[in-house]
Design a protein around this ligand. Structure first.
Ligand SMILES: C=C(O[C@@H]1C=C(C(=O)O)C=C[C@H]1O)C(=O)O
Length: 401
């Protein structure tokens, strides 16, 4: 059994201390599996899509030769194969258990908004509804079966956004999420740029020979009324449109993992909740046929799975083309992947959703929704507004979507 981020004999920190120690430029990632805070750069990994796992293995080996103790690679990859990536072997890694529950209660000061905000929808709601209607015509014509269309909100404040405080709020709001903050500063940025979010969607986690993936698709907003929530959950489970939307993702993830596993368990979908949403969810588990094969490292598996129909569509190439045609804005890191991988192949990668890119005074929040036959443009627009709430709540800007 290989070691994992939790079981390695490392100095033990409390997860809350790592959150406090986070500074812009650090890499922070926490999930039910544990917390990682990484600083400094021992090696930056630059490689094309499909060759990244290989480049990471080489960089990890050379970092180890140079005396970096227990190196891992961390970072984020963008949505498109041609998108930027931010993948590094950090100089220092601190590890802790998963964030504890109970950080969720905020003091009155923490509840104060960061704003006031000026908000620009990119694109506006009408343009988004029109794009959904066009996608539905393409689906009807038989060009493709599913496409995920996204939009964003650009929020601007009078003063720079305090990223450590934003991350702390995001983690406290949902300690069970896969929360992250990654430095994604690019050439030409006027100030450091950080990708911050709390993804509910596990792309792939690997520990020894065991792999887990948890595709989501098919959604309802969460209500504040519990009876209404019970109705929404029942409605989601009974909806043939949402079940079809979900089946595209579960089938694709199972098909890809099936190539690497000699045992795969794909249960029936169930409903999971986040503080803002309900989703159809399938928790797929498998046993790798050859855990020593570099093609089975967590990053290699993540790259083989990406982009799943949870963020792109079916078939993949047709959906990617339609996204390029109908979405007026570049997705950047949104709908990509964030995570870490170790030399033995263990690691964890999540789908980069419920997130924002923060640069100086500006925050860009992203959300998308899966379109299949039977989708309704107004409902899909409302679904993206509900998904924005994960970040808008943390920014004290719930009213703007
Ligand atoms: C694309 C997003 O979410 C994805 C799409 C979903 C859907 O269409 O129902 C549900 C969960 C995610 O897989 C997003 O949050 O931006």
């Amino acid at each position: 059994m290989s070691s994992s981020v939790l079981t390695r004999p490392r100095p033990e920190y409390r997860s809350a201390d790592l959150l406090t120690a986070y500074l812009p430029g650090s890499f922070y990632y926490s999930s039910p599996r544990g917390t990682v805070l990484a600083d400094g750069v021992s090696r930056a990994v630059r490689a094309d899509t499909g060759r990244r796992a290989e480049a990471v293995s080489a960089a990890l080996a050379s970092a180890r030769e140079d005396g970096v103790p227990d190196p891992i690679a961390v970072g984020a990859l963008g949505f498109l194969p041609t998108s930027e990536s931010s993948l590094v072997i950090p100089a220092v890694v601190r590890r802790a258990e998963a964030p504890e529950d109970g950080h969720g209660v905020m003091s009155p000061r923490q509840r104060d908004g960061f704003g006031p905000w000026t908000v620009t929808p990119r694109p506006g709601g009408e343009v988004y509804r029109d794009a959904v209607a066009r996608a539905l015509r393409r689906i009807e014509r038989g060009d493709l079966e599913k496409v995920v269309l996204a939009r964003s909100l650009e929020l601007t404040a009078d003063t720079p956004v305090p990223v450590p405080e934003l991350l702390a709020r995001v983690v406290r709001a949902n300690p069970a999420a896969h929360a992250f903050a990654v430095d994604v500063t690019a050439v030409g940025d006027p100030a450091p740029r950080t990708l911050v979010g709390a993804s509910p969607e596990l792309l792939v986690s690997r520990r020894g020979a065991t792999v887990v993936a948890n595709p989501l698709a098919g959604s309802r907003p969460r209500s504040t009324d519990e009876a209404e929530n019970r109705r929404r959950i029942a409605d989601l489970l009974a909806s043939s449109k949402d079940r079809r939307e979900h089946a595209h993702v579960a089938a694709r993830v199972a098909e890809v993992l099936g190539r690497f596993c000699d045992e795969l368990h794909v249960p029936e979908p169930e409903v999971i909740g986040t503080p803002t949403m309900w989703h159809l969810s399938t928790r797929i588990t498998g046993t790798l046929a050859d855990p020593r094969d570099p093609a089975s490292s967590s990053l290699a598996l993540a790259e083989a799975l990406h982009p799943t129909p949870a963020v792109c569509g079916t078939p993949t190439a047709a959906a990617r083309d339609l996204i390029a045609e109908l979405e007026p804005e570049d997705r950047g890191y949104y709908a990509g992947l964030v995570g870490w991988t170790a030399p033995d192949g263990d690691g964890e990668w999540v789908v980069t959703i419920r997130c924002a890119e923060v640069c100086d005074r500006t925050v860009r929040v992203f959300a998308g929704a899966g379109i299949v036959e039977g989708s309704d443009p107004a409902a899909e627009l409302a679904e993206t507004s509900a998904k924005f709430r994960t970040l808008l709540g943390a920014l004290g800007a719930e009213e703007v979507a």
